[in-house]
Design a protein around this ligand. Structure first.
Ligand SMILES: Cc1cc2nc3c(=O)[nH]c(=O)nc-3n(C[C@H](O)[C@H](O)[C@H](O)COP(=O)(O)O)c2cc1C
Length: 181
């Protein structure tokens, strides 16, 4: 078994996935772990919505309404499971919205890593209509809530399993500045 560092470094997104998906119980276990990210004042300013089956078609209809297209968008049908990432901004004098959104994004990244580690194909997607009113309505968002996109989740196609995809290795020296005096 490779180390956690190696497995995180090897993570990649999968734009094409099969119709297999983690069930609710498997997902719930991973969400329990992902939700342990640092959270200033413990505001828990996030929630997730599991969209499966016909819910994806309703999202396609909402995207079409937002784009003023007649035909429903088939984009949400690209994966069997879409996990909507919802930022829930809490009233706080101490913790501004950006800090709360950092928690939500942290949960989403952590969840995508855990799903990848469990062998699932994942891709975080947004698109220009992510904040459109019909899309908000379809997710039944409250006034203090904002959609940060969806994790598209499915099985990794057999014939691509061993392919690394693209090379996006990180040179740490480009990103890490040392200050010691
Ligand atoms: C908040 C967020 C939104 C994204 N939205 C899209 C999107 O709408 N379409 C897309 O092709 N990639 C989107 N991406 C990028 C992909 O998830 C992915 O990271 C990218 O294709 C690079 O692949 P890699 O993760 O394997 O390096 C988004 C990433 C983030 C963090």
């Amino acid at each position: 078994m490779s180390s956690l560092v190696d497995r995180v470094a090897a993570r990649r997104s999968w734009s094409k996935v099969t119709g297999d998906a983690p069930d609710h119980a498997e997902l719930a276990r991973l969400v329990a772990a992902a939700g342990r990210v640092a959270d200033h004042s413990g505001l828990e300013p996030w929630r997730l919505i599991e969209l499966r089956g016909a819910a994806r078609e309703r999202l396609g209809a909402a995207l079409a309404e937002a784009a003023e297209h007649e035909k429903p968008s088939s984009k949400p049908l690209r994966a069997p499971l879409l996990i909507a990432i919802v930022a829930c901004r809490r009233e706080s004098h101490k913790v501004p919205d950006w800090e709360q959104d950092a928690v939500t994004a942290g949960v989403a990244h952590m969840l995508s890593l855990l799903l990848a580690d469990a062998g699932w194909g994942v891709m975080w997607r947004t698109g220009s209509l992510v904040r459109a009113e019909p899309v908000r309505r379809m997710h039944e968002l409250a006034d203090n809530e904002e959609l940060l996109g969806w994790l598209y989740v499915g099985g990794i196609p057999e014939n691509t399993k061993d392919k690394p995809g693209h090379d996006r290795s990180i040179d740490p020296e480009r990103f890490l500045t040392v200050v010691d005096r």
